[in-house]
Design a protein around this ligand. Sequence first.
Ligand code: NAD
Ligand code: UDP
Length: 315
Amino acid sequence: MTTSLVTGGAGFLGSHLCDRLLAEGHRVICVDNLDTGTLENIEHIRQPGFEFVQHDMIGHLEVAGPVDYVFHLASPASPIDYLRLPLHTLKVGSYGTHNALGLAKAKRARFMLASTSEVYGDPQQHPQSEEYWGHVNPIGPRGVYDEAKRYAEALTMAYHRQQGVDTHIVRIFNTYGPRMRPHDGRAIPTFLRQALADKPITVFGEGAQTRSFCFVSDLIEGFWRLIRCNHHEPVNIGNPGEFTILELAEVIIRLTGSRSEIVNDALPQDDPAQRRPDISLARRLLDWSPTVELEEGLRLTLEGMRFAVPPAPAP
Ligand code: NAD
Ligand code: UDP
């Protein structure tokens, strides 16, 4: 039986990946320290063939028996999480990635690093293609995340070139869907939570900054295709549909029928002004392109949301 190990498997993306791997018939080992993930995300898959190991990837991990695929997703991912956990973020990107790569090498497993569009920083090239080296402030508050991921990419390429490990790097652009934590601080869960409670929607700055939002099922399909191909350099996976944050707030107000107003809060330091993936490589290499557009994805997210919709006012 094929065995996959997923670090960060109790998180938002990791738990969807575990679902997919079980559906593919794999035995799944989910490793997580539960820093930002929860057991609730994997409750529905506590079944034969699924094993949860509570472990911090900063430390060495010993696994018995064969492992065919290692997906390394463990890392704080939301700006409020990595700003709260700067040293931990640097350590999981460095020591954690080292341990995950060492495990893949020992088991002769295929390896996939969950990297990020943040390696492009506040990009001066638009849209961003994989050849772009980025525009990152290494000492700014976001530097702990951006540089940890850039280091993790360098380490992954070194394990491939020097040690012959079968590695893959996915640069993930903003992804959303069910199981995001309502208070994780990222724009989509925050705006949905605020809109459902008719509370002010907190748009940072003027909301002119752009992002391109990918629905989780599309991303997981990209992971699955990427880890089985023979390309070792980074590949962008994201939805090129680009929206300003103000547009996002307006779409969410409309979809939820909310009475929320939009309020402007301070723009965080080094917040990227624009972001859109060039996905030509993923199209060519993996025959992959996203299928779920923003409004449909937001509806699916709303349906799957665990936090309660406020009860209708009494007549
Ligand atoms: P998440 O916070 O829901 O998941 C991260 C998981 O990693 C959590 O379950 C957390 O408990 C676990 N974790 C953190 N540090 C750990 C450690 N030291 N040892 C073991 N487990 C640890 O976030 P997510 O959105 O699911 O992100 C998953 C991965 O994808 C991250 O590596 C993130 O950088 C990357 N990524 C996500 C996005 C996105 O839009 N969601 C974009 C770019 C990159
Ligand atoms: N954002 C916002 N209000 C919020 C949360 C986020 O305006 O309550 C903005 C944030 O400044 C950024 C964009 O939305 O420009 C996307 O933020 P998110 O944290 O979702 O992702 P990232 O900045 O990592 O791309």
